[in-house]
Design a protein around this ligand. Structure first.
Ligand SMILES: NCc1cc(CSc2ccccc2)c2nc(N)[nH]c(=O)c2c1
Ligand SMILES: [Zn+2]
Length: 372
């Protein structure tokens, strides 16, 4: 079994081109990772997720521990077999979802106790339990158990959450089951504060991780503040390890964050939008509910090679969206995931050819022009 590794293949300004190798395969970076929260990328078959170009998907410790249960998935052969996804899987550690989804939660030095949003049952997550669950799931990339402070927060509370996350990172590392091909990522916290981000980065580097995530952003601070925080944060992280910006983002966010040295992304936007009639195109988002599409015979995006753009008109998409047909979610989700993967492939090619700055300028001039 090959070891978990990251190769930095090239750079163009702040943008990096790399390759992650893990137990279930290779991931070309910069990469976008579709979210498969409850062991499914919603409205997609796994083989169709792979057909979009996605090489890695995300699972969620919080959701899977509540239903169907991590022990049950382990008994059934692990998450890859259970959900029929043979490629790499990254799982989040669960703390973020507890704070955003469950009620009646108590957080202390040991971890978080909470009530399930599904059936009200009580559960506890600690760094050790989170590592055990992610091991039972068989994740290629395990995330440290952390606390993501809400935005805005007093700096003192961001400092408290950041220092707690550093102690939890050490406990996560100690509890992680080391196996060739399986990696553990630390999560940098610190809000928008350079000194706290530095404290967090130093602590994570001393512990040593296979990759470094940037947490605590895309929590409502806005694009300008996210980018200005990235401007100093990515420089604090090791250059020879992958950098993963959690929960990001819109197409404009991805291009700007790649320019600032980020390698991996995840976001529910392409899949969630696919279920709410929003499609991404080179010229910006399009809402298929809009009556103007009712007689439009053209495809969503004539640059796109996905089945939706090859076989269906905007008029048809408008119809099935208005009729609430299941195929609407299927066709728009597929297209959106394909759009994100094509964007990442264009970004990787631009970095390889040393033309990323021109690509970024061209993207910004086209995107947001409004629909054709
Ligand atoms: N909105 C940003 C965000 C998103 C996620 C969730 S990313 C995710 C979602 C689903 C499945 C896998 C990863 C985060 N997760 C952790 N552990 N820490 C954060 O600071 C954080 C910040
Ligand atoms: Zn398409």
């Amino acid at each position: 079994m090959t070891d978990f590794s990251f190769e930095l293949l090239g750079a163009d300004g702040g943008a990096r081109r790399g390759r992650v190798t893990c137990a279930h395969g290779v991931i070309q970076t910069p990469a976008f990772m579709p979210v498969g929260t409850a062991a499914t990328v919603k409205a997609m078959l796994p083989e169709n997720v792979a057909a979009t170009g996605a090489e890695i998907i995300l699972g969620n410790t919080y959701h899977l521990m509540l239903r169907p249960g991590a022990e049950r998935i382990a008994r059934l052969g692990g998450l890859h077999a259970f959900m029929n996804w043979p490629g790499p899987i990254l799982t989040d550690s669960g703390g973020y979802q507890v704070m955003s989804l469950s009620e009646l939660r108590k957080l202390d030095e040991n971890g978080v106790t909470f009530r399930s949003h599904i059936d009200g049952s009580y559960h506890t997550l600690t760094p050790e339990r989170s590592m055990e669950i992610q091991h039972q799931l068989g994740s290629d990339i395990t995330m440290c158990f952390d606390e993501c402070p809400p935005y805005p927060s007093e700096k003192a509370d961001v400092a408290r959450a950041t220092q707690l996350s550093m102690r939890w990172a050490a406990r996560s590392r100690a509890a992680f089951v080391n196996r060739p091909g399986y990696g553990l990522f630390g999560i940098n916290q610190g809000g928008v504060h350079e000194d706290l981000r530095e404290q967090s980065a130093q602590a994570l580097k001393e512990i040593g991780f296979d990759g470094y995530a940037i947490g605590g952003l895309a929590v409502g601070e806005g694009r300008a503040l996210m980018f200005s925080t990235l401007d100093f944060t990515t420089l604090m992280l090791p250059t020879d390890k992958p950098r993963y910006l959690m929960g990001v983002g819109k197409p404009e966010d991805l291009v700007g964050a790649v320019a600032r040295g980020v390698d991996m992304f995840d976001c529910v936007l392409p899949t969630r939008s696919g279920r709410t009639a929003q499609a991404f195109t080179r010229r910006g988002p399009v809402n298929l509910k809009n009556a103007r599409h009712g007689d439009d015979p053209r495809p969503l995006d004539d640059h796109c090679s996905c089945p939706t753009c090859r076989n269906y008109s905007r008029a048809y998409l408008n119809h099935v969206v208005k009729a609430g047909e299941i195929i609407a979610a299927m066709l728009l989700t597929w297209h959106n995931l394909q759009y994100y993967q094509d964007l990442m492939a264009d970004i990787r090619r631009a970095i390889e050819s040393g033309t990323f700055a021109a690509f970024e300028a061209d993207f910004q001039s086209q995107y947001g022009q409004g629909d054709i």
